[in-house]
Design a protein around this ligand. Structure first.
Ligand code: GUN
Length: 296
């Protein structure tokens, strides 16, 4: 058996960003429209700060307007809601993203519900989830959208394939299952209470792992030739005791990658698989939102 094809998420993300930049240039030239993305960061979580800086830089690099609002962790619910409402009303802003998780004490659901669904580039508002579940035009969460782009670039057709999604989160599992259904897959959603999980995974032509458990999906859970999309980003200590003692960590996915390489037909690595697609899809969603708001 030959080794699986490694799906290059970094290259695909670069391609998508270049496409977005071209579209932004033509929206500016033909319609005088510059898509604008506002990112709201509350508190000083280090990982969130890194993500938010990267989102801002990539937004600017694509030729769009980027606005970042940084609020202290002790900000009140009303003040945060007032900011979201002012962004809803701002005609220069077409996309609003409130970086999650929010510090405790803030009602995350209420904040997301306050975002204008037509500017909800995270696709987390119930209106967008509802539109997606009915197959209507929606703003779709970025990571699931990235998974679908990688699948469509890997497989000639998705129709009729059995897709197994492991995980049922609002951010990934549920929306990616909806997108796979829309692409005419037969979809199974598995989760922490699923019985015979290995057996169900072995039936998958497409296996999407989005559980957040390091290396949980074993090589012998994978059907030979299957396409494996690993959404997991887990930080774990090195196995090498010297590195581990230095407190060094590495990123691993939800799939036992080395074993999976020997069985799968194609697989996304961690890092540089699904991860880079997420911000690229955020940029794409901002362009989609700007066009829809302006009836283009
Ligand atoms: N934090 C980690 N991932 C995400 C995401 O996709 N959207 C938001 N808003 N926050 C996140």
């Amino acid at each position: 058996m030959t080794q699986a094809r490694i799906i290059d998420g970094r290259a695909e993300a670069e391609r998508l960003r270049a496409e977005v930049a071209l579209e932004v240039a033509s929206l500016k030239a033909e319609h005088g429209l510059t898509p604008g993305l506002a990112v709201v960061l509350v508190g000083d979580d280090p990982a969130s700060q890194v993500y938010v800086r990267s989102k801002g830089e990539q937004t600017l690099a694509a030729g769009m307007l980027s606005v970042t609002h940084r609020l202290p962790g002790h900000v009140g619910q009303d003040e945060l809601l007032a900011l979201v409402q002012s962004l809803n009303a701002d005609p220069a802003i077409h996309g609003i993203l409130v970086q999650l998780p929010l510090p405790s004490g803030l009602d995350e659901k209420a904040i997301i519900l306050a975002i204008d669904p037509d500017k909800d580039v995270d696709g987390l508002h119930v209106v967008n989830a509802g539109r997606l579940s009915q197959g209507l035009p929606a703003l779709v969460p970025c990571t699931p959208l990235g998974c679908m782009i990688l699948l469509n670039r890997t497989l000639p057709s998705l129709a009729g394939l059995h897709a197994v999604v492991v995980g049922r989160s609002v951010l990934v599992g549920r929306p990616v299952a909806q997108l796979l259904l829309q692409a005419d897959c037969t979809v199974t959603i598995a989760h922490s209470r699923t019985r015979n999980l290995p057996e169900i995974c072995r039936q998958a032509d497409i296996l999407v792992a989005a559980v957040g458990r390091p290396l949980m999906i074993q090589g012998d859970w994978i059907k030979p030739g299957a396409t494996v999309i690993d959404v997991g980003i887990n930080r774990v200590p090195f196995r090498d005791p010297v590195k581990a003692a230095e407190g060094k960590t590495k990123l691993v996915g939800d799939v036992a990658y080395k074993a999976a390489l020997e069985v799968a037909g194609a697989i996304t690595p961690v890092p540089n698989g699904v991860g880079p697609m997420t911000v690229a899809c955020l940029l794409a969603n901002t362009v989609t939102a700007a066009k829809r708001i302006h009836g283009l």
